[in-house]
Write a protein that binds this ligand. Structure first.
Ligand SMILES: O=C(O)CCC(=O)C(=O)O
Ligand SMILES: [Fe+2]
Length: 306
């Protein structure tokens, strides 16, 4: 169900800053489901980046058998770790390995953050890899940071870092093969992962910034994200865990909206809002450049990590 007044702000940054003095405050309050910047990057840039990633064996070609190194690297659906836990928690209770692959290029705090030294060492390598990968090429990470800074109107966007200077991963490239699905969930280093020992914990709000690089299409359907007009509260948690959020949403008249994006479209949303990306098992994987964003109205800096 969709209420017509709760719709993404589009098609670009101008539309958002014309309509709102501070668009990111609207996102923080849940007043709008997403800020959408269409055609932020060209379809040609997206395609040539993916070609380069496959050439450099950072991703695999889905038309070929899965190389063994990618089988080891694959991340199961719904995976994250809480605090210092060495064993994974799952955002929803169905813990079976589905065989739908997700390959990450980058250093996810959610995946690696339980080992702080290991996480920062990995992030340093990922940032160096991105430096090499984008030298002499259009840089989608810069595009995302610059766009976010323009949406913020008066803040500075930087890669998240600790007071001692250690940097987080600046962004992550994620490829979702075989219909990999994000069931209804929220993301929060504060409320979900409880990462008190990290500087990103200080921010009041967490957003995501995602640039679509390639869509997955099957039977005329493409994988698209759905935003629900529901900011996480403890009472929602049992429904996320049990996989009954859709029933909860219907009973509570929660509006939702599908954010339909093409390669080159960039969107920002509040990750405390319940959201999902139903997978589509097309021939090609859905590939995105993804970030998390720490935002507080009274902070001059916005932190970006992944
Ligand atoms: O890929 C997207 O558009 C959003 C994915 C997501 O919700 C997540 O990574 O937590
Ligand atoms: Fe998410």
């Amino acid at each position: 169900m969709s209420k017509p007044d709760w719709v993404p702000v589009e098609p670009n940054i101008d539309a958002a800053i014309t309509r709102f003095e501070f668009p990111l405050d609207e996102l923080a309050a849940g007043h709008v489901p997403a800020l959408v910047f269409r055609n932020a990057w060209s379809a040609e840039n997206c395609a040539s980046l993916i070609e380069r990633l496959v050439d450099e064996e950072l991703l695999y070609d889905p038309a070929q058998p899965i190389p063994p190194k990618f089988q080891k690297q694959s991340i199961p659906e719904g995976y994250f770790r809480e605090g210092q836990n060495a064993v994974p928690s799952f955002a929803w209770q169905e813990q079976k390995i589905t065989g739908k692959n997700r390959i990450d290029i980058g250093s996810s705090l959610g995946y690696r953050g339980s080992d702080q030294d290991g996480f920062f060492a990995h992030a340093e390598e990922s940032n160096a890899l991105f430096g090499r990968l984008f030298a002499g090429h259009a840089n989608p990470i810069e595009l995302l940071y610059n766009s976010l800074e323009a949406y913020s109107v008066n803040k500075k966007v930087v890669t998240a870092h600790e007071p001692d200077g250690r940097k987080y991963g600046s962004a992550i490239i994620r490829a979702h093969y075989g219909g990999y699905t994000y069931k209804p969930h929220f993301d929060s280093v504060r409320l979900r992962e409880k990462r008190e020992s990290y500087a990103v914990h200080q921010f009041e709000h967490q957003f995501a910034g995602v640039l679509v690089l390639q869509n997955s299409t099957a039977n005329g359907r493409t994988a698209q994200s759905i935003m629900h007009q529901c900011l996480w509260e403890p009472e929602v948690e049992p429904h996320l865990k049990a996989g009954t959020f859709h029933e909860y949403a219907t009973e509570n008249d929660v509006a939702s909206v599908e954010v339909c994006l093409e390669p080159g479209d960039l969107y920002f949303f509040n990750t405390r809002g319940i959201h999902e990306v139903p997978g589509v098992a097309g021939d090609l994987p859905r590939i995105v450049l993804a970030t998390f964003i720490g935002f507080s109205s009274d902070h001059d800096e916005i932190f970006v990590w992944c």
